[in-house]
Ligand binder design. Structure first.
Ligand code: GDP
Length: 196
């Protein structure tokens, strides 16, 4: 697919506000500051996508980005703002949980983790959920440029090994928006999900 044709369509606070549940979509999830906006930006070559997701009031919404008539990228609300009140966190979990459980067109989740802070609580929650629902997961270890190549590579190998019982349901790669590394590997994974 040509990810450079991706545009913003709409934002949803609840499942019934999402676009029609047809075709195929891949969702991007991660803790706040994991590099999700930058990665979407790098993949699509469009700085306006990132800006859309960062618009105040939209950070807690599910943002939909059609690539073409049949395929979409979905930006899930970032998680982990320390100052968000408990009630808002519960609300967030409820709506996100509903989307993840009920959305028929969802074919895979890209889970972004800062390579310096991988496998935090949120990541574990997402992985548990994916296991329960048998949803394919692709992990991006982001900001890989922050480590020397050897250190990045050994982090990749360690996490891959820790998750090896997942088999084909899970894959993992290094990614850097700054250096534009891992973009082709990511597109290939998205193609395999969206065009299957
Ligand atoms: P989001 O909250 O997950 O959408 O994260 P952002 O994309 O806004 O990135 C958070 C911070 O990390 C920003 O200061 C980015 O400039 C920085 N960042 C994102 N990707 C990279 C990367 O590949 N390399 C480096 N060095 N910094 C990055």
């Amino acid at each position: 697919l040509n990810y450079r044709t991706t545009r913003y369509e709409t934002s949803a606070a609840r499942l019934d506000q999402c676009p029609a549940d047809t075709g195929r979509e891949v969702a991007f999830a991660g803790r706040s500051n994991a590099g999700k906006s930058s990665a979407l930006n790098t993949l699509t070559g469009s700085s306006s996508l990132a800006r859309t997701s960062k618009t105040p009031g939209r950070t807690q919404l599910i943002n939909f980005f059609p690539i073409d008539e049949e395929h979409r990228l979905v930006d899930l609300p970032g998680y982990g703002y320390a100052k968000v009140p408990v009630a808002m966190k519960q609300d967030w979990q409820k709506h996100l949980g509903e989307y993840l459980e009920k959305r028929q067109s969802l074919v895979g989740v890209v889970l972004l983790m800062d390579i310096r802070h991988p496998m935090k609580e949120f990541d574990q929650i997402m992985l548990d959920w994916a296991r329960d629902s048998q949803m394919p997961i692709h992990i991006l270890l982001t900001k890989a440029d922050k480590l020397k190549f050897g250190a990045a590579k050994s982090t990749l190998i360690k996490i891959r090994n820790d998750l090896k019982e997942w088999g084909d349901q899970l894959s993992i790669q290094l990614f850097s928006s700054l250096k534009r590394t891992g973009v082709e590997e990511l597109s290939a994974r998205l193609d395999s999900w969206l065009l299957a």
